[in-house]
Design a protein around this ligand. Structure first.
Ligand code: TRP
Length: 376
């Protein structure tokens, strides 16, 4: 993609943190990744991942906030595999990427609970993306877990003490909550967390093929990274464009036109785009030509992506191995964070004191013995 700029929210007090900067981001395992994911977050992941220690979460616990049927959960393995393959296909180097399954790091749930005292319900109720998610999922009332979605996301981010979080527009407000929670924890107890920087792409949100503000699987208006050339062409030729333009001789509007938004994001021939825009404004080009050239440009972008995808997919053991080793690595990291948090909060001391004052009673059965330290 051309002219991508990096925007980092300045951090007044970065707090303590690991020496190596860490990145954490990821997705819910609900399906394949699409062009909207690419411009919002994937492009930044690819560009930055070698400069950071990079963690990529398969956020199946987040998925439960709107999709929690047995079927949804049974699909996690397949969807996670597709997502990891999509990530490798766009250019993440498996040697520089730690992929992990959120539900297999149960300490994240403990962190979520400890952080939930540091944020209020009205603060969460003001976040528009949560209402949108509830509506898109057909929920009449806000599920408790969905209101807590940004807190769980803060738990993921802080669990690995991430310093940078590349996300699309929908997730920006959630990262803001994570930053607030980190500062609050550091102030109330002691500095444990770096305040993570939000990193967003310069096309924070790509419209859907139907002209709606965002591309989304649930809205059925997405072009997937794995879509084959004919499928891409079919979707592009049916794209929403300037509705006021009734024929090729009528001057059209380029600004806010999703066809041109896609050209700007994916066409690697800027002179071609400028020429089309000029002729479009003058009423000297048909929609069909503009769309044919867009389909060709997207397919030029996707061809190497799909070639890499096929190569990674041919190695069947690769994704399971990446997820298992990545999850084990992440879990060790997160266990250290929980210990730091409990220590900073004084929770460790509380139980230690009880233990010190407890009368020594004979343990009736070694099998029933419960030693909290064994779980740390
Ligand atoms: N909320 C992200 C999504 O829209 C997924 C996610 C979960 C995430 N935890 C995260 C993203 C932590 C960045 C950082 O699917």
């Amino acid at each position: 993609m051309s002219g991508q700029t990096l925007t980092i929210t300045p951090t007044a007090n970065p707090g303590p943190g690991p020496v190596a900067p860490r990145m954490l981001t990821g997705d819910r395992p609900t399906g394949r990744l699409h062009l909207g994911h690419y411009v919002g977050s994937l492009a930044n992941r690819v560009r930055l991942h070698k400069r950071y220690e990079s963690f990529f979460i398969v956020a199946d616990l987040h998925m439960l906030t709107t999709k929690n049927s047995g079927q949804d959960i049974a699909a996690v393995r397949r969807n996670a595999t597709e997502m990891v393959l999509d990530s490798l296909a766009v250019g993440l180097d498996p040697a520089h990427s730690v992929f992990f399954l959120q539900s297999a790091v149960p300490e994240v749930a403990e962190i979520n609970l400890l952080l939930s005292s540091l944020v209020t319900v009205p603060r969460l109720e003001r976040i528009p993306s949560l209402k949108e998610m509830a509506r898109d999922a057909g929920k009449k009332e806000m599920p408790f877990a969905l209101l807590g979605y940004p807190v769980l996301q803060a738990a993921d981010i802080l669990a690995v003490k991430a310093t940078a979080v590349p996300v699309g527009r929908d997730n920006a407000a959630h990262v803001e909550v994570a930053r607030e929670i980190a500062r609050r924890f550091n102030r109330r107890y002691r500095p444990v967390f770096p305040v993570p920087a939000l990193i967003h792409g310069d096309v924070p949100s790509l419209p859907g093929t139907d002209g709606q503000a965002k591309m989304s699987k649930s809205l059925g208006n997405a072009i997937y990274l794995a879509d084959q050339p004919e499928e891409v062409r079919r979707k592009v030729m049916r794209m929403y464009t300037d509705p006021a333009r009734t024929g090729p001789g009528v001057p059209g509007t380029v600004e806010g036109n999703p066809v041109f938004a896609y050209h700007a994001a994916f066409n690697d021939r800027p002179a071609e785009v400028a020429g089309l825009a000029e002729r479009y404004r003058a009423g000297k080009v048909g929609d069909a030509e503009v769309k044919e050239k867009l389909a060709a440009a997207i397919n030029r972008f996707l061809a190497p992506v799909q070639e890499r995808r096929a190569a990674f997919a041919a190695d069947e053991g690769l994704v399971p191995e990446l997820i298992v080793t990545g999850t084990e690595r992440t879990r060790r990291e997160v266990q250290r964070t929980v210990a730091d948090m409990r220590d900073a909060m004084g929770l460790t001391a509380a139980f230690t004191e009880f233990r010190r004052h407890a009368r020594l009673v004979p343990v009736p059965n070694v099998g029933d013995q419960c030693d909290v330290d064994q779980h740390r």
